[in-house]
Design a protein around this ligand. Structure first.
Ligand SMILES: *Cc1c(COP(=O)(O)O)cnc(C)c1O
Length: 390
């Protein structure tokens, strides 16, 4: 079965009434055969048939046997950190989602877990940083928002040789474009809120693995900590995944058009384009110009998150990465003039027209405020001024 077929068809079509869409088991509890025996399901925190369906579906797309669906991407990542004991260490990529950086910097150390950061695009540096207590290597590739690409196959070989677990956050590309388990990773994490769901209407996270023992541990934490995805959200996620291949194909093609357009703009300093996926980012050299640009866009909605059918635009330093703790900003926060675009399924001509007008408006703004020293920028952004999710 090809991937696009798998997205829509690869779940059980054995409904007793022939329903083409699966039912939602909107129930908290299940009748037991007797007081001392359990059926297949007993309580939805532990497991629910609608959740099982979406878990098995996503595991299959990642070419793995097991998955657990969580209430958010952060709940999924938290469960992965539970594989690490007090006294052990997590080695984390140095360009991660801001919420992940916050979790690792602020929460993991309270559990006696040491966290160190490494440039995951440099396998030699990773090898050097792995120590006797390193238990987990957690990376994104391409990273977000700077879209740097790590050699996952090499990292996986390295992790296996050194007895370390490799977890890859695959939220940005989805299994349509990258399947880390096949490259040797132990665990794949998704913020299913993003590309997997694709409609910006569900919060969800997934941990996928082909290792039965790791799956058992993740499922234990899902149940024990109560972070599982609710039945209705599981159903919405399943519905979103049906169009995954189609969306990714269109969004990827449009994003490349956007990247080529950006590269030709005199106001753009550098374009960051991984060559696949819905996200492209760029710098202007001037945080104020970037802000005016973001605010002038119309079809690109100012919003955090990415991967939705509707296009969005953000200043990651002040939005998705505002949660990076102050002491780590110099190293782990994106530059203040970085604009991130997530390209949706709108007609690409409309999107390019929108970007064109946004540049015109933003640049007119810089001519009318001559006090601003054009071409300067703060290397990294200071404390976020717009919001404070801490
Ligand atoms: C958004 C995001 C997360 C967190 O997921 P939520 O669903 O928002 O909790 C984790 N990793 C990446 C790469 C993300 O973009």
């Amino acid at each position: 079965m090809k991937l696009a077929t798998r997205c829509v068809r690869a779940f059980a079509e054995d409904d007793p009434y022939g329903a083409v869409a699966p039912p939602i088991y909107q129930t908290a509890t299940f009748r037991q055969p007797s007081a001392v025996t359990f059926g297949e399901y007993d309580y939805s925190r532990t497991a629910n048939p609608t959740r099982t369906l979406v878990e098995q579906h996503i595991a299959g797309l990642e070419h793995a046997r097991f998955a657990c669906a969580f209430a958010s991407g952060m709940a999924a990542i938290t469960a992965v950190t539970r594989l690490v004991q007090a006294g052990e260490e997590i080695l984390a990529g140095d360009d991660l989602y801001g919420g992940t950086t916050r979790l690792l910097a602020k929460i993991a150390p309270r559990q006696g877990i040491r966290v160190r950061w490494v440039d995951a695009t440099d396998p030699e540096a990773v090898e050097q940083e792995i120590g006797p207590d390193t238990r987990l290597l957690l990376v994104e590739s391409p990273t977000n928002p700077l879209l740097r690409v790590a050699d996952l196959e090499r990292l996986a070989a390295l992790a296996r040789r050194r007895g370390v677990l490799l977890a890859v956050d695959n939220s940005l590309l989805s299994p349509v474009l990258q399947r880390p388990i096949a490259l040797g990773a132990h665990l794949v994490i998704h913020s299913a809120t993003k590309v997997l769901c694709g409609h910006g209407d569900v919060m969800a996270g997934v941990v996928v693995t082909d290792d039965e023992d790791l799956h058992r541990q993740i499922a234990f934490h899902l149940n024990a900590e109560g972070a599982g995805l609710a039945p209705f959200d599981s159903w919405l996620l399943l519905r979103g995944v049906k169009t995954l291949a189609l969306r990714v194909e269109r969004q990827s093609a449009s994003a490349r058009k956007v990247a080529r357009f950006l590269a030709e703009q005199p106001g753009v300093r550098q374009v960051f384009d991984p060559g696949v996926g819905p996200v492209v980012s760029f710098t202007t050299g001037d945080p104020e110009l970037s802000r005016r640009f973001v605010e002038a866009a119309r079809w690109f909605t100012i919003a955090v998150s990415f991967g939705s059918v509707t296009s969005s635009i953000s200043l990651p330093c002040f939005m998705s990465h505002a949660g990076v703790p102050a002491e780590l900003r110099g190293r782990l926060a994106p530059p203040a003039d970085l604009v991130r675009l997530s390209v949706g399924i709108e007609d690409p001509d409309d999107l390019l027209d929108d970007l064109r007008q946004a540049f015109t408006v933003a640049e007119a703004g810089s001519r009318s405020s001559p006090g601003h020293p054009a071409g300067t920028r703060s290397e990294v952004c200071a404390e976020p001024v717009f919001c404070s999710p801490d």
